[in-house]
Design a protein around this ligand. Sequence first.
Ligand SMILES: Cc1cc2nc3c(=O)[nH]c(=O)nc-3n(C[C@H](O)[C@H](O)[C@H](O)COP(=O)(O)OP(=O)(O)OC[C@H]3O[C@@H](n4cnc5c(N)ncnc54)[C@H](O)[C@@H]3O)c2cc1C
Length: 509
Amino acid sequence: MSRKNSSEPPIKKQKLTSLFDELTEKRKNVADSITNFKFNKKRVKILSQATEVVKGSKGILYWMFRDGRIQDNWAMLFAQKLALKNRIPLHVCYCILPKFLDATLRHYKFLVESLEEVSMDAKKLNINFHLLHGEPNTVVLEFIRKHNMGALITDFFPLRVPMAWVESLKMDLPQDIPICQVDAHNIVPCWVTSDQLEYSARTIRNKINSKLQEYLTEYPPVIEHPYKSSFEVPEIDWLNCLNDVEIDRSVDKVEWCKPGYRAALIQLEKFIYECLPHYCEKRNNPHLEMTSGLSPWFHFGMISVQRVILEVQKYKQKYLRSVNDFMEEAIVRRELSDNFCLHNKNYDKIDGARQWAIETLNTHKKDKRQWIYDLKELETSQTHDDLWNAAQNQLTVDGKIHGFMRMYWAKKILEWTKLPEDALAWSIYLNDKYSMDGRDPNGYVGCMWSICGIHDQGWKEREIFGKIRYMNYKGCERKFDVKAYVQKHNGKVINIKALSQKKTTKKTK
Ligand SMILES: Cc1cc2nc3c(=O)[nH]c(=O)nc-3n(C[C@H](O)[C@H](O)[C@H](O)COP(=O)(O)OP(=O)(O)OC[C@H]3O[C@@H](n4cnc5c(N)ncnc54)[C@H](O)[C@@H]3O)c2cc1C
């Protein structure tokens, strides 16, 4: 695992041990277990007719998917609460999917190495971890039947594919087995915040912030489970567990982003000590990299956002503006994305945009484009724009693009493709394939915001973009040291003139 082989300098290890231990102690002081903690039931949705754990069953099963951690996980805690109450063993399973959207080896390795840590942590607590292979609607169902599980607990993930699995499980599970979904990803559960599609951050902000006092609480510990599995739990072959997946193996792992909860704590400490003091003023400067960099760990649920906020909030007195700005991004903006995906079935399509945006994009569909690139040229950073190429390089090589540059990156794709539909599909494809935090509601919303103006307003009308907010190179030069960013990410400038002749199309309007 990453910690054992870690080449982190000793000072960081020392810090990690202290934060890791500090949090362990803190949880113990909150309650001795979930049984003696006032669990907020609004975090749970019972999806089945059945509400009681089946009598005589052999355990509770938590199918973990979006929130891949043991501690600071309301779904895990709820599963243990039921298991303790019914005096039965606790099982956790994770399904290795043959394929998930456009995830590549980069993401699968990050995930699997982190799950190895999860399984070790589970083992220490007498919680049985199982790595299943296949689609959850088949393998979770088989597991429940084979091992006589008395209830199924699962995460909340408002994307089409995982929601369909949950629906399928709901239909196929034996009628007497309860299935409960827990929103362990958002601080205020998505269904509590709002039951409708919110227009923008402005309309959701107060709905979230007014409930923080109730939901932004400390966590009790997941404790050593007193009831042993009644059947033998198979050893996991971690080395070969990705042999059969059907993913793109050419996109391999990135070095800066180490998997797991412990690595997330290191990243959190680095952020707090080095970046938080400057977050409010410098976070939009792509060259300085003053943001937390935590989005990959958030995406895979390796660390809880709620825990991160509790830690960051300790610095409210010292860095009030930075803490408030961070809370706006990590709570309001992030939870707005979940709201969008939950309530808009077209969350990744032009049809999911507001009417004004669809109309303006249609009106300008046939506007002359000075540059038109195909997907391959974009993917391989072959545009005339060194800044854009640098961002694309950062994406393919490092698996990330700075948040400010992400907006520029996606907006230029709109400017340089024949159709807004292509621009949206390609930006999502590239983001999902390369970005460590891709395939996330934040990603679909980020692309939809940039290309279709969701959660935004209409701006002065112009070519191609219509009323969608525009960004340009000069604006970036005014904001930050473009040259330094380009140099850092090796933005290849190619022959503008040759491309101009090759790519310019006639205005057909
Ligand atoms: C085209 C485009 C694509 C994007 N794709 C993704 C993606 O695939 N996954 C992803 O997590 N974010 C995505 N974002 C949102 C945002 O850019 C990233 O969350 C942020 O850059 C992550 O870096 P960080 O963790 O250092 O952010 P920080 O500034 O440290 O923010 C902390 C956390 O707040 C949340 N956050 C920050 N900015 C936003 C935002 N604008 N919208 C919603 N949540 C936000 C993230 O969870 C982030 O980790 C995208 C934005 C755009 C414009």
